[in-house]
Design a protein around this ligand. Structure first.
Ligand SMILES: Cc1cc2nc3c(=O)[nH]c(=O)nc-3n(C[C@H](O)[C@H](O)[C@H](O)COP(=O)(O)OP(=O)(O)OC[C@H]3O[C@@H](n4cnc5c(N)ncnc54)[C@H](O)[C@@H]3O)c2cc1C
Length: 499
């Protein structure tokens, strides 16, 4: 037990990235994962030959060298790589008034926009240029060169002075919301709605609530690197991170639920597992959400009361209804993989059931479904409140899944006749399998309305990673959170060796 340098609670992408990099730096790391499958929100599961992604399916920059995706930068230093399938258009948005192809290629994207609103397409170009200026400024500094303490300043000054200058020039826009950039450049209501939708898909919030760098990065990366799907599904990413961790001597324990973070004299000293076993280490990193860490893993008296209350009061994005289907593929030769369906233009896009996301990854990787079948994942926001495992649970599930079926009918009209396997997940399912507070997608900290708390905590030796530490819910952002945390725990010299 004396041998452990760092304990990581949770094998989400944030936890695995922190653990992998720390192992790469030579630290003795153990990751304790409650589930029997690693990956958290990005884990995959198999039923009757169908390999389902439980969450993410949309990725950029996983394969190119010198990628800006923090996840790829980390895989590189761990000596891991992924095989990917590039595709474009990256998806189709289905509005009640028609369907719109979304291209990674900026020129093609604007051409599609111009078919609907020529003036809107011109305005969009101005919006895009503002944000791409910010992206250009950000892209010179790799995430691997960042850390969450003052030592980042001399490091950046020494190695990235011109890029730092560009960033400082863009500082006003770094702090703003996408809404401000949109209102300054766009009048067309249809394009505004489109931008709201893209922001919502990224952050769970509309343009007013989403920070500009998040969308700048998304637009820049999808134009520059394109969109791709990992061969083997999201599981391939998680497997690569686990292999990388193990290659550098780290350990992953599955089915290993942490019940308590042990704190002595204001300092984290280890964890107590559900099994009763105690693991001691001078550093503990929690990849559980902010609410789960502060509510369940610590005693209230471990934290300053006002800090704890403010943290627990952080608003959360709602949870999800999920529909995982295995379907017969016959006659669906021209099917494409990503779709977003908005049922009702008069209702807000954030209303539960109104915006439905669909992913059919077997169109890119046929091995994810038995021959002659496709694997489908459809999901939509759904509040946690109102769900209970009572006598009505099964009926409520079926009823709530109808908006997802109706969305799928826009793409595959006879979807219901094709189903060979159906799994419906509710916010209770999501909270249970992902061990996430109320099954939330993540914190709803709107741009300008609060700061993300970062990796430090008031408890010495206790750090946090994952989507409730840095802005930008999503795989690149949580990978960045893991990298920043790991770098903060080593010397600049060690960082430079890896860089
Ligand atoms: C439906 C859906 C679709 C998405 N689509 C995309 C997409 O296309 N592209 C994209 O980039 N992002 C997408 N995301 C977002 C992305 O998947 C998440 O932001 C990211 O995976 C969250 O990672 P995390 O590190 O914060 O941790 P989590 O994924 O929350 O993992 C935390 C881990 O900690 C474990 N844990 C918690 N408590 C304990 C405990 N007490 N003991 C032991 N282990 C514990 C959990 O079991 C879990 O494995 C999507 C998310 C969802 C839900």
């Amino acid at each position: 037990m004396q041998d452990i340098d760092i304990l990581v609670i949770g094998s989400g992408i944030g936890g695995l990235c922190a653990a992998g990099l720390l192992a790469r730096y030579g630290k003795r790391v153990i990751v304790c994962e409650s589930h029997t499958i690693p990956g958290g929100a990005a884990h995959s599961f198999k039923r009757r030959g169908f390999e389902f992604d439980s969450g993410p399916s949309f990725y950029c920059g996983l394969s190119e060298s010198h990628s800006l995706n923090p996840l790829k930068q980390l895989l590189d230093v761990l000596g891991e790589s992924l095989q990917v399938i590039p595709y474009d258009p990256l998806g189709h948005y289905h509005f009640p008034e028609g369907t719109f192809a979304v291209y990674s290629n900026g020129e093609l994207y604007r051409q599609e926009l111009a078919k609907i609103t020529p003036q809107g397409a011109k305005e969009f170009q101005q919006f895009e240029q503002r944000l791409l200026g910010l992206y250009d400024a950000m892209k010179g500094i790799p995430t691997l060169a960042l850390r969450a303490d003052w030592q980042v300043i001399p490091l950046l000054l020494q190695r990235y002075l011109p890029d730092l200058g560009k960033m400082l020039f863009n500082l006003p826009i770094v702090q703003t919301s996408v809404g401000s950039v949109m209102n300054a450049t766009i009048k067309d209501p249809w394009v505004k709605r489109l931008i709201d939708l893209e922001c919502f898909l990224l952050s769970g919030l509309k343009a007013e609530g989403t920070i500009a760098p998040e969308v700048a990065f998304m637009l820049g990366e999808r134009c520059r690197a394109g969109v791709e799907y990992p061969l083997g599904g999201s599981k391939a990413i998680v497997d690569a991170l686990v292999r990388g961790l193990q290659r550098w001597g780290g350990e992953l324990r599955l089915g290993c639920h942490v019940e308590q973070i042990l704190v002595e004299g204001g300092k984290a000293v280890g964890v107590k597992l559900k099994s009763g076993e105690i693991l001691k280490a001078p550093i503990v990193i929690s990849n559980a959400t902010l609410w789960d860490t502060y509510n369940h893993l610590l005693h209230p008296e471990d934290l300053p009361a006002s800090y704890r209350q403010a943290a627990l009061d952080t608003p959360a994005v709602e949870s999800f209804m999920h529909l995982h289907l295995g379907i017969k593929a016959e006659g669906l030769e021209n099917l494409t993989g990503h779709h977003v369906v908005v049922h009702d233009s008069h209702q807000d896009i954030t209303v539960a059931g109104n915006t439905c996301m669909i992913s059919i990854p077997s169109v890119w990787d046929a091995s994810l479904a038995p021959a002659g079948n496709h694997v489908v994942h459809a999901y939509t926001l759904e509040p946690y409140e109102g769900w209970e495992r009572n006598d009505d649970y099964e009926n409520q599930k079926r009823e709530k899944a109808q908006s997802l079926y109706r969305a799928l009918e826009r793409i595959i009209p006879d979807i219901r006749e094709r189903v060979v396997l159906e799994l419906i997940g509710t916010p209770l399912t999501h909270a249970h399998y992902l061990r996430r507070y109320q099954g939330t997608y993540g914190p709803a900290i709107a741009a300008g309305k609060g700061m993300f708390p970062g990796t430090h905590t008031p408890i010495k030796g206790l750090y946090r990673v994952g989507d409730s530490t840095l802005p930008g819910i999503g795989v690149p952002a949580v990978a960045a959170s893991g990298i920043l945390c790991a770098n903060t725990l080593v010397s600049v010299l060690q960082m430079l060796e890896v860089l």
